[in-house]
Design a binder for this molecule. Structure first.
Ligand SMILES: O=P(O)(O)OC[C@H]1O[C@H](O[C@H]2O[C@H](CO)[C@@H](O)[C@H](O)[C@H]2O)[C@H](O)[C@@H](O)[C@@H]1O
Length: 248
């Protein structure tokens, strides 16, 4: 932890603090609608965002409207949703957002994906489908091993057939009709803001795309166990929030 705190203190300014949501700020839940940022996180993010030399962003796989509803972040926060396919900024009047426009082919494939995914989960206990503006997600957190393996294999095959991008995260297979990644979205936001350094924290394999685009002067933090390109590691959302207090 002390190495991480030293690295955070040494970041060049302006600094972009970009954080994943599920598993990073909000402990994982069986029901995604029950996810909440930990209370200490709400407070520290408000204080981080108030710093004149720091910008705050959440970079999530969540659909943007979902992320906005769950993340209690202050005005000015950038929200990147659907793994980079959606983007907005929080204002006092609501979200200032870029609306995703699907082509006819993408819209048709999304509709087919929804129908085919619904078919592949039928009869499998604990497997269900979440739909997003650019993707469908097959969730397997509550399934027993056999149903989980079958559902994930079928979802990956469906993704190869109809998707433009497939991500295999924690108990989810996400099939998108757009090419998007947290890495591309984070690099674009960094350029736009002219940030001299970036702090990014994430817990899942999908966050590795963001770690990939960061360099020596940046701070990369893996939350929890698992292989990672990140230089630093914390055990939980509480530890991450504790480290972020260094900024304020
Ligand atoms: O990029 P993230 O902010 O980590 O979002 C990734 C996915 O998060 C949600 O699923 C994950 O969290 C759920 C609630 O804790 C959990 O039940 C599920 O197993 C996790 O994979 C969300 O439902 C997905 O749409 C996001 O893409």
């Amino acid at each position: 932890m002390s190495e991480l705190i030293t690295a955070i203190a040494a970041t060049a300014r302006p600094l972009l603090v970009a954080l994943d949501f599920d598993g990073t700020l909000a402990p994982l839940q069986d029901d995604p609608s029950a996810s909440r940022i930990i209370p200490a996180g709400v407070d520290v993010l408000a204080r981080v965002a108030a710093r004149p030399d720091v910008s705050l962003a959440l970079v999530s796989g969540r659909a943007l409207h979902d992320l906005h509803a769950l993340a209690e972040v202050p005005e000015g926060t950038f929200l990147i949703g659907s793994h980079g396919a959606e983007r907005a900024r929080v204002t006092r009047f609501g979200l200032d957002r870029d609306v995703v426009q699907l082509t006819d082919d993408e819209a048709d494939r999304l509709a087919s994906l929804g129908a085919r995914a619904a078919g592949l989960v039928r009869g499998k206990d604990g497997v269900w489908v979440e739909t997003k503006p650019t993707a469908v997600v097959v969730h397997t957190r509550l399934a027993q091993d056999e149903d989980r393996q079958e559902a994930e294999a079928a979802a990956l095959a469906l993704g190869a057939e109809l998707g433009s991008g497939v991500l295999h995260g924690k108990d989810v297979v996400e099939i998108s009709v757009l090419h998007a990644s947290k890495g591309e979205a984070l690099a674009a936001l960094r350029d736009e803001l002219g940030a001299r350094s970036v702090l990014f924290a994430g817990d899942d394999t999908t966050d590795e795309r963001a770690f990939e685009v960061l360099g020596d002067g940046d701070v990369t933090i893996k939350v929890g166990p698992g292989d990672s390109l990140a230089r630093h590691r914390v055990g939980s959302a509480d530890e991450l929030v504790e480290a972020l207090t260094t900024l304020v």
